[in-house]
Design a protein around this ligand. Structure first.
Ligand SMILES: Nc1nc2c(c(=O)[nH]1)N[C@H]1C(S)=C(S)[C@@H](COP(=O)(O)OP(=O)(O)OC[C@H]3O[C@@H](n4cnc5c(=O)[nH]c(N)nc54)[C@H](O)[C@@H]3O)O[C@H]1N2
Ligand SMILES: Nc1nc2c(c(=O)[nH]1)N[C@H]1C(S)=C(S)[C@@H](COP(=O)(O)OP(=O)(O)OC[C@H]3O[C@@H](n4cnc5c(=O)[nH]c(N)nc54)[C@H](O)[C@@H]3O)O[C@H]1N2
Ligand code: SF4
Ligand SMILES: [Mo]
Length: 721
């Protein structure tokens, strides 16, 4: 179906092919426009990476686009912070204000006194880093340390590039075994450039499915092996599976002999990590671990579809390393139906701001953490500033106090931990700008709020993950004065004189530059809709891996110089019945995250009626026996308490979770409640997380294993306030 130009004549019905951007999946969609208005978005059956799949978030795109609460023009705070009194500004005034504040700060204090904050990976992400670098501030923070970065870094130090589960069978073979580890995208839609619908298909077609998850997810219900481990102990299980594969002689002899370094060291290293050792830690039977390892190593090809749970632990990087090693020694790396090192569409891959397969935007990150960065060298494998360090420095002035912050697409009050500290920091800033789709608890505390364009209002060469493809996203709508974040960055940069980093006369010119080597301009690219490269497998046989040794590094020597263990280790999370028995006396339940909510992307979508109707309340999954023992009925409101704070959630009975584990949803706030808080202090999970030991390698936080207690509320009703 050919793409159509963005402006649709009145009265005409047209269908425009685009790429959904309600999460970081890879679904091409059809946007139906009538009389200039988007009426619906449907899946595109011809899309090779999603084959017609559409999740509820994607289907609600038009509802979000036209939502009456959308921000449609710049707003300047006129009352006290949080008083919710705003005055309309023109874009010109808004940009001029930013330029004058940023310039004054640079002249008076130095560029590093401006901090940049962004949320999860979005189309503008590389531009934020580029802007920060060009302006000269090393102080950029984003939710990387517990999202994707540990896995990316592990891949970088193991095989040079992030492998992806080859669920499509493009190489002529589909996975016969799928190892689904701490990932639930078949239920939540998409993640990390993968499409939940395609993973679902791979699960259906596989002979063997192994699920590693403390909760009995849908795929776990029908899996041959469901490993219900104690939350946060993945690192121990992964090491024991390596042990079992070696012990039973199930490794790929040819691969380890010819394509790996450190085999002997690995064999010696994992000797103590027996299934018995891991059984005691994970609460799994040693034989269960052995059986899963046996199935995984003998059913080929096997792919690893891993998820965010791995990133959120004090040994996030080490666990990811173990899993890559498991894939490697069983001969699954870069084979069809296994864990492919995908060939990205080449010209665009080089020019897109999301430039390397390893570190998003790395080219434009401040090259070194200078001594003026907020937390220089705190975590050897984290390239920016870790979120808690960033916000705390504003309160303590250590090592210095940033004066201004520009937040783009980050609802940090609910999505970051140490929430109350962040609230105080937002109050303490001299100048803050928030670019947003909607007014949020975080935006309420800004001086200037800029209305951002949603995906239907932007044009893009969508290459966020560049695993399979680069997708075209034409602009099909315009609401009020919303602007693409990148256009705003361009303009602020130009007015600040940063033309060395932003040499293009317009954002469209940048898009055309990105596409230059393809011979297409943006409009021609939209006609085409998608660019892919030809996938090749077993590339290491001719080219080696992109590591210093050109081999798969079971032993990764470069890590030693960074003070990181070159062979994978296990660390117990800081707050568990094992590591903190004293705390566990008062807080006897293990608190884990129940993962993503199908209808919402983190804190988003709570105001979108069709989605909210499907999922009205924040849920706490709890085993019926545990709940009954506490005097709690299904559907009643409960208090969830940790040493850090307390929130209320609705009890949701679930016997697929261990009796001493509860699973909570994150990122709740209530747009229907009064500003400035919109009720976020009632139910936001991150109020329960604070200072516990970080992953010394990446700075990750243990968000999938903490200690809590649960109590009934008065009458099981939602407490007022
Ligand atoms: N609908 C929707 N989709 C999204 C998002 C969203 O908010 N909503 N967010 C996007 C983002 S930024 C990300 S990072 C991805 C993440 O998406 P995924 O990688 O799928 O991760 P989650 O859904 O957070 O959690 C997956 C599973 O981890 C399990 N889990 C909890 N604790 C542990 C543990 O200790 N060990 C193991 N092995 N498993 C555990 C949970 O039970 C859950 O089933 O999703 C993306 N996609
Ligand atoms: N306890 C706990 N905390 C977590 C997690 C967890 O599992 N447990 N998951 C963590 C993870 S993996 C991540 S990635 C983070 C996500 O953290 P965030 O990225 O902060 O989460 P969102 O709520 O998706 O996005 C923040 C805001 O961006 C706005 N927005 C959306 N699109 C755009 C756009 O194009 N431009 C602009 N300017 N704004 C836009 C939305 O309206 C929303 O208010 O949360 C983390 N927090
Ligand atoms: S999975 Fe993500 S990309 Fe696909 S339709 Fe849903 S929100 Fe859109
Ligand atoms: Mo994430």
């Amino acid at each position: 179906m050919p793409a159509r130009p963005p402006v649709v004549p009145r009265g005409e019905h047209s269908v425009i092919r685009s790429a959904c951007r309600m999460c970081h999946g890879v679904c091409q969609v059809l946007v139906h426009v009538e009389n200039g208005r988007v009426v619906k978005v449907t899946g595109d059956p011809e899309c090779p990476t999603s084959r017609g799949y559409l999740c509820p978030k994607g289907a609600a795109s038009a509802e979000l686009l036209y939502h009456p609460d959308r921000l449609t023009h710049p707003l300047k705070r006129v009352g006290r912070r949080g008083e919710n009194r705003w005055e309309r500004l023109s874009w010109d005034e808004a940009v001029e204000w930013m330029v004058s504040e940023f310039t004054a700060i640079r002249q008076e204090s130095g560029s590093e006194y401006l901090g940049m904050v962004q949320g999860t990976g979005r189309p503008y992400s590389g531009f934020v880093a580029r802007f920060a670098h060009a302006f000269g501030t090393p102080n950029i923070t984003e939710p990387l340390e517990f999202c994707y970065l540990p896995r990316q870094q592990a891949a970088r130090y193991s095989c040079g590039q992030l492998p992806v589960a080859d669920v499509y069978g493009f190489g002529g073979e589909a996975p016969r075994c799928v190892l689904l580890w701490g990932c639930n995208i078949t239920q939540t839609g998409g993640a990390d450039g993968m499409c939940g619908g395609m993973v679902q298909r791979a699960l259906r077609n596989a002979d063997q499915v192994i699920v590693v998850d403390p909760r009995c997810t849908k795929p776990a219900e029908s899996a041959q092996h469901w490993l219900q481990l104690r939350p946060g102990t993945d690192g121990a299980l992964a090491l024991a599976m390596i042990h079992a594969v070696i012990e039973e002689d199930l490794f790929d002899r040819d691969f380890v002999r010819h394509h790996c370094v450190g085999w002997d060291e690995l064999v010696t290293h994992v000797r103590p990590f027996t299934p018995e050792w891991a059984g005691a830690i994970t609460r799994l039977e040693p034989e269960t671990i052995r059986a899963a390892a046996r199935t995984y190593a003998t059913t080929k090809p096997a792919c690893l579809q891993w998820g965010n749970a791995i990133d959120m632990s004090p040994c996030a990087f080490q666990t990811a390393r173990s899993l890559l090693i498991l894939s490697a020694i069983t001969g699954n790396i870069d084979r069809p139906g296994g864990d492919a090192l995908w060939v990205a569409p080449p010209p665009v891959a080089r020019r897109s701001p999301w430039h390397t397969p390893v570190l998003a935007g790395a080219e434009f990150l401040p090259p070194e953490k200078g001594e003026r960065s907020i937390d220089a060298d705190r975590f050897p494998l984290f390239p920016g500033v870790q979120q808690p360090s960033f916000w705390r420095s504003i309160l303590t002035g250590e090592p210095y106090r940033m004066r201004a912050v520009w937040l783009m697409g980050a609802n940090v009050l609910v999505t970051s931990t140490h929430s109350l500290e962040i609230e105080r920091a937002l109050h303490a800033l001299e100048f803050s700008v928030v670019s947003e789709l909607f007014m949020t608890p975080t935006a309420q505390l800004a001086d200037l709020v800029l209305p951002a364009a949603s995906w239907l209002e932007t044009e893009d060469v969508a290459s966020l993950h560049k695993i399979w493809c680069v997708l075209a996203r034409p602009k099909v709508a315009q609401l009020g004065e919303t602007r693409d974040d990148r256009e705003v960055i361009f303009e602020v940069a130009r007015r600040l004189g940063l033309t060395h980093a932003f040499p293009w006369p317009s954002y469209r010119a940048h898009l055309n530059w990105t596409l230059e080597e393809t011979g297409l301009d943006f409009e021609q690219f939209c006609e085409k809709g998608i660019l892919t490269a030809e996938q090749r497998y077993f590339k290491y046989r001719d080219e080696g891996f992109a590591t210093p040794s050109k081999k798969f590094e079971l032993l990764a020597e470069p890590l030693t110089d960074l003070g990181v263990s070159p062979l994978p280790v296990y660390r117990e999370p800081p707050l568990t019945p094992v590591s903190a028995p004293e705390v566990a006396k008062e807080y006897p339940l293990i608190l884990t995250g129940s993962g993503r909510i199908k209808e919402f992307f983190h804190s988003e979508g709570r105001q979108v009626e069709s989605l909210r109707r499907r999922h009205p309340d924040p849920l706490l999954e709890i085993h019926p026996e545990t709940a009954t023992g506490l005097g709690i009925q299904d559907g009643e409101w409960v208090w969830v308490e940790t040493r850090e704070g307390r929130i209320t959630m609705k009890a949701s009975f679930f016997d697929g979770i261990a009796p001493d584990v509860v699973g909570a949803e994150h990122a709740w706030w209530f747009p229907e409640d009064a500003p400035p808080d919109y009720g976020w202090k009632r139910s936001s999970l991150n109020l329960l997380f604070g200072d516990a030991a970080y992953d010394p390698d990446t700075g990750s936080e243990s968000l999938r294993s903490a200690l809590c207690r649960v109590r009934p509320t008065e009458g099981g009703r939602r407490p007022p306030g």
